[in-house]
Structures are given as C-alpha cells and as structure tokens.
Write a protein that binds this ligand. Structure first.
Ligand SMILES: NC(=O)c1ccc[n+]([C@@H]2O[C@H](COP(=O)([O-])OP(=O)(O)OC[C@H]3O[C@@H](n4cnc5c(N)ncnc54)[C@H](OP(=O)(O)O)[C@@H]3O)[C@@H](O)[C@H]2O)c1
Length: 350
C-alpha cells in the first residue's frame, strides 16, 4: 500500500493529541510524519509509534512535499495557513470552523455524505463536534421518515473548548475542594497561564454555562448556529427546521445531546431503535428498566456514537425523543478527520 507524507497542525492540542493516537491505532499509511504547533511548542518531543518526533513551528514553509495535512488549530490561523498548504500541493482536512460553510469546500461525515469529498479543491472541512453526533443519528431517521423539525439541547464537555478549558475545570475543582465549606458565589481563581483570565466565561466546576462560543445578534450563539447550518449542508436539505441550545457542563470528555424530532411519517420508538441499531458507527444502549443509557464517562475513548432514551413524544403525533452521547475529541473531531483522510485514499483523491 502506498504511504503518505503526513502533517498534523496543532499536534500539541486536545484534538491534535487524539489525532496522533488514532493515526497509530488505525495504522494510517504514513511514510513520514510532521508535527506542527506554535512557536511555544517548537522543540517539544512527542511520541509516534514508539519514536520521538520533534514538534516544529508552523510556518509558510512547513508543507513542502507533504501530501496530506490534518489541521487542528483555531479558525483564524487555519484561514491563513490552509490556502498556503493547498498551494504547496498538500490536501488539507480542517477541524476549525474556517471553511465549513464555504460552498466550494465539502463538509463531510464519511458514513453520511462520502461522495461530497469527490468535489474537493484542496480543503475538506470536518464538521463541528456537536453537529457530527447529531447528524450521524438524524440521517438514517431522515431517510426512513423525513425529518421536519429538530429541537436539540446539548451538554458539552470542556474538552470541546480545548486543552486550556480542561485545565480550568481541573484547577477550579481543586480550588473548590480545598475550601470546604464552599459558598456558591466563590468562583475559584483564574487559571489561564497566558492571559491570567478564565478560558470559559464563568466558573465551570460545579456549574453549567448556557453559552458556547460568542453570541450573535439574534440571541443565539455561534455554536448553536453551526449546528443548524452545518446539519442542513451535510444532509443536503435546507427544509429541515432546527433549533439548538448549547450548554457547557463540567465533564472532561464526551458531549451529550437531548434531541427531539418531528417526522413527516410516523416512526415508532421500536422502529427508530431498529434503524439505529443497524446504522454503522451507532450503538443503541436503551434499557430503562435496568437504568441503561449512554453516559459520557463510558463514551470517552470510544469511536461510536451512543443512543438511548428513545421514546415517542406524546405531545405531537409524529415525534421522538433521543439521548445521544459521543467522544467529542474522537468522532467529534480527530477520528472523523482521519476517516475523511482514509476516504480520500480509498477514492484515490490524494
Ligand atoms: N475540542 C473539540 O472537541 C473540537 C471538536 C471539533 C473541532 N475542534 C476544533 O479543532 C481546533 C483545535 O481545537 P483543540 O480543542 O485541539 O484546541 P487546543 O487544545 O487549544 O489546541 C490548539 C492547538 O493549536 C496550536 N496553535 C495555537 N496557536 C498557534 C499558532 N499561532 N500557530 C500554530 N499552532 C498554533 C496549539 O499549539 P501550542 O500548544 O503550541 O499552543 C495547539 O496545538 C479548533 O479549531 C476547534 O474549534 C475542536
């Protein structure tokens, strides 16, 4: 099998670290690996397949002879460097929000819309983590009964906001536990070493925050609108009505979503369970009598999207409620990115 010179941009981050693990686990055909990050990390040593690889600073010259680059950095840096990479003839799979809604850029979940990659012009976008686990479950139900409307509320882990947000949860928890009895107004010390401020807008330990990313004029957040717009783009159906509320919870890894759907044709809970249990990448855990349902602590480290609490919405004729959990760093980011890269190889598109 042909092997590829591969680069990971943002290799020291929460998603980048997971990418390195998954490239190893899946034995992705790598001829040579380049690990790139900011100047701060240049010279750090990371392990890949038992060997030490020295992290290099990302510069415009980083992409010489690289055939595929997996980007896992902020949108602004991606906007600057992805076109430079494409010019240097490397195919980019990007995790940030920079390119997702660009009509020339395919937005891909391999088990949902694999053919979209065929139109790529150098950049393929990986959807938002909360969108991926939503769409993996919605698509087979849409194919079976045509979804008219979706109401989704998320319970998103701190790792969805990167490594520093995980540090914030850790540090605030330590601070709170050290100061028993605590008062609810105590919010712990700021923890971001670089700015001296919190990464998340409020204390997250022993708290929930109904804001993910910035607010836009309508009262929604960017994260909520990503779920709406990206879902329609991937499902290639602008008629689906979607509304989202995104909430940060004090969980390290694993996003959860309470999803309510209304379909054109009646879908019983039994039928939905049957369809989802046959869907690749989806695992149904749904046994209320035994208190069995997906929880993030079990989903962390796993590749699948887990669904449970499947029940008919008794307030409307054709409604269903579901509870969906997945590892946001894996299927929500690193795994989906690598699956896109594998799809490119399979389709001879590299
Ligand atoms: N976390 C998730 O669940 C998730 C899911 C889907 C998509 N995403 C997206 O994936 C991207 C990365 O997220 P993350 O959670 O891994 O963030 P993170 O933990 O904060 O990591 C950011 C990475 O970017 C690097 N970086 C920062 N500034 C840089 C610069 N000027 N030049 C080169 N590299 C730079 C950092 O390197 P240093 O270590 O040197 O600072 C680090 O490797 C974001 O666009 C995010 O929105 C994340």
């Amino acid at each position: 099998m042909r092997e590829y010179k591969t680069a990971v941009v943002g290799a020291t981050g929460a998603v980048g670290q997971e990418m390195i693990k998954i490239l190893e686990e899946r034995d992705f055909p790598i001829k040579e690996i380049k690990l790139l990050a900011s100047k701060r990390s240049a010279g750090k040593r990371l392990k890949f397949k038992g060997r030490e690889v020295i992290v290099e600073e990302l510069t415009p010259d980083s992409f010489k002879d690289v055939e595929i680059t997996l980007f896992s950095i902020g949108a602004e840096i991606s906007k600057k460097f992805a076109p430079i990479a494409v010019k240097a003839k490397t195919v980019v799979v990007d995790n940030s929000s920079a390119w997702r809604m660009d009509p020339k850029v395919p937005l891909v979940i391999p088990e949902v819309n694999p053919r979209a990659v065929e139109k790529h012009k150098g950049i393929i976008a990986n959807p938002n983590c909360s969108t991926i686990q939503l769409v993996v479950v919605l698509k087979p139900l849409h194919d079976a009964a045509k979804i008219k409307r979706v109401v989704v509320s998320t319970y998103q882990s701190v790792s969805g906001w990167g490594r520093e947000a995980m540090e914030q949860l850790h540090q605030e928890t330590v601070n709170q536990l050290a100061s028993w009895p605590v008062s609810q107004s105590k919010t712990g010390k700021p923890v971001n070493r670089k700015t001296g401020k919190r990464v998340l807008p409020y204390q997250i330990a022993f708290n929930v925050i109904p804001q993910i990313d910035d607010f836009i004029g309508s009262g929604y957040t960017k994260e909520e609108m990503k779920m709406v717009n990206e879902t329609r783009k991937i499902m290639e159906d602008d008629s689906i009505q979607i509304t989202a509320t995104c909430v940060r919870v004090p969980v390290y890894i694993g996003h959860s979503e309470a999803i309510n759907i209304e379909t054109e044709r009646k879908l019983t809970a039994e039928e939905a369970r049957e369809i989802l249990s046959k869907t690749p990448g989806v695992v149904v855990i749904d046994d209320p009598k035994e208190s069995k349902y997906p929880i993030p602590i079990d989903a962390a480290g796993k590749d699948e999207t887990f669904v449970g609490r499947i029940r008919e919405d008794e307030s409307i004729p054709n409604g269903l409620n579901l509870w969906v959990v997945s590892d946001n760093l894996r299927k929500g980011a690193a795994l989906n990115t690598i699956e896109i890269a594998e799809l490119l190889i399979e389709k001879n598109l590299l």
